[in-house]
Design a protein around this ligand. Structure first.
Ligand code: DX5
Ligand code: ZN
Length: 213
């Protein structure tokens, strides 16, 4: 399994140092949340922010686009240094086309679903994706409480993957801590995103270790 600390919880006044610390603490991916104030009721930052730290890190940049009509920005997001680009199924009329667009730029393509969206909605495109992101809170903010019904979606996705020999990774994002993280892994998740749990922990290495065990 992999741990992906969410940059949203970092201290932006010393972004590079903070990211260096979680890389040294054993992070597998850096999870990067882009918010447009439209798809979600919050704004974060644009691609130029992670572009500025890209040359300093080899770690996988896992970009989560919480943006309406993500097709408008795939090129910029890719060129700024994303390795994985995940778009929300709810944010576009043409999810299949957007996934092709991401692959055109040579990036791994992910699809995300909100807590109110069923796995069935994305079933037709599961053969096209490298990653499925199950949102376990309503996207927009760090520090919210894990929604337990997310676990059965993880189970469904693991089951569908097995039955069809698909290879996507299952990522879970929102309210992940020591306890909920364990439940996600037991349900079949491969990647745990965690913001506040890791960044607010007095010992970030220990926090990452707790999620692994
Ligand atoms: C929420 C973001 C998450 C967020 C997770 O909309 O997609 O990545 O940073 O934060 P925690 O782990 O604090 O719920
Ligand atoms: Zn996220």
């Amino acid at each position: 399994m992999k741990v992906a600390p969410s940059m949203l919880s970092a201290d932006f006044s010393k972004l590079k140092e903070d990211i260096q610390e979680i890389v040294d603490a054993g992070a597998d991916y850096l999870h990067i949340d882009l918010m447009d104030g439209q798809f979600v009721p919050n704004l974060s930052f644009g691609p130029m922010v992670y572009q500025s730290i890209r040359p300093s890190f080899d770690i996988v940049f896992d970009v989560h686009m919480m943006i309406d009509q993500p097709e408008r920005y795939i090129e910029e997001v890719a060129n700024a240094g994303a390795d994985i680009i995940t778009v929300h199924a709810e944010a576009t009329h043409h999810i299949h086309r957007v996934l092709q667009q991401i692959k055109f730029f040579g990036k791994k393509a992910g699809v995300a679903i909100n807590p109110g969206t069923s796995v069935a909605m994305i079933e037709p495109i599961l053969n096209e994706v490298d990653l499925v992101l199950v949102m376990s809170v309503n996207p927009g903010f760090g520090g919210q409480t894990f929604i337990p019904s997310s676990l059965s979606k993880i189970e469904q996705l693991a089951q569908i993957r097995k039955e069809n020999n698909y290879s996507y990774l299952i990522e879970v994002d929102g309210g992940v801590n020591e306890l909920t993280g364990k439940q996600c892994l037991e349900s079949g998740a491969d990647i745990l995103v965690a913001g506040s749990f890791i960044f607010n922990h007095p010992n970030r290495r220990e926090a990452i270790q707790l999620l692994r065990n």
